[in-house]
Design a protein. Structure first.
Length: 257
């Protein structure tokens, strides 16, 4: 059994995999002030809740886009699970060829999602990840992770509006049901959601065209994928576990036999 850890800007997510089967998952808020002890106790309680002992863990693999929590995760794993975790980066085996200008700039979560999309959905493929940032990545027909587009995420954009515009209060993030907004709440919701849909369609179309990969499938993941996907025909699949699936695949490629 392996422990997969996805440390994002908002949440740290955990999943237990036995082979290619996800057995359990949980999450906690990402906070720089958390200590290795905090995370260590959290992980131990997670394992105990599902009847898993630390001796049953074969290994641990981590995707982190938050440098400030890397030390805490490493400390938690080494002190409470007695294992040194493998951190995903462009320097390890991923099953992809990263052909961006500087592969080291590619986020670990994006590498994981791209690796899983290529494996489970085939190449070429575009990954749309609707999280704190909205990210669009392309893996071409030759398994090259060749392009990465980044924009503010839906909630990130919303929070910026709420903070900067005195008359625009916080609203639920959801599609209002009509483009013809007649009040401030619907207006904000339409701009956030339909704006993201339009962005998604335009960027993905442009990526496919410039790469000459018009047949590329599109796989969506991230917290707002289920909200955006039904509003556009450009998304072919929604896979909430894409990053975890990539973590498991990358672990298998780097495990020591």
């Amino acid at each position: 059994m392996i422990l997969c850890v996805d440390a994002g800007n908002t949440m740290i997510k955990f999943a237990l995999y036995e082979g290619d089967v996800k057995k359990a998952g949980c999450r906690t808020l990402t906070k720089a002030e958390k200590t290795g002890d905090d995370l260590g106790f959290f992980i131990l309680n997670f394992l105990r809740a599902y009847g898993v002992g630390t001796a049953e863990l074969e290994g641990i693999i981590v995707s982190s886009v938050v440098p400030g929590v890397v030390g805490q995760i490493e400390s938690a794993c080494e002190n409470y699970l007695q294992q040194k975790p493998l951190f995903v980066s462009s320097d390890i085996q991923t099953g992809l060829i990263i052909t961006t200008d500087d592969p080291r700039e590619m986020g670990a979560d994006r590498i994981c999602a791209a690796a899983a999309a290529a494996e489970y959905y085939g190449c070429p493929v575009v990954i749309a990840n609707f999280g704190t940032a909205t990210c669009y990545d392309m893996v071409d027909s030759h398994r090259n992770l060749c392009a990465a587009v980044t924009s503010p995420g839906i909630r990130t954009s919303a929070e910026s509006l709420w903070e900067k515009a005195a008359l625009l209060g916080e609203v639920d993030i959801k599609a209002p049901g009509s483009f013809l907004s007649k009040n401030t709440t619907d207006s904000l919701q339409a701009g956030l959601i339909y704006g993201t849909v339009g962005q998604t369609e335009y960027i993905i179309s442009g990526m496919k065209k410039e790469a000459g990969e018009m047949a590329a499938q599109v796989v969506a993941c991230g917290g707002y994928a289920e909200m955006v996907a039904p509003l556009t025909a450009v998304i072919d699949h929604v896979d909430d576990d894409l990053v975890f699936k990539g973590l498991r695949l990358i672990y298998e490629k780097n495990r020591k036999h």
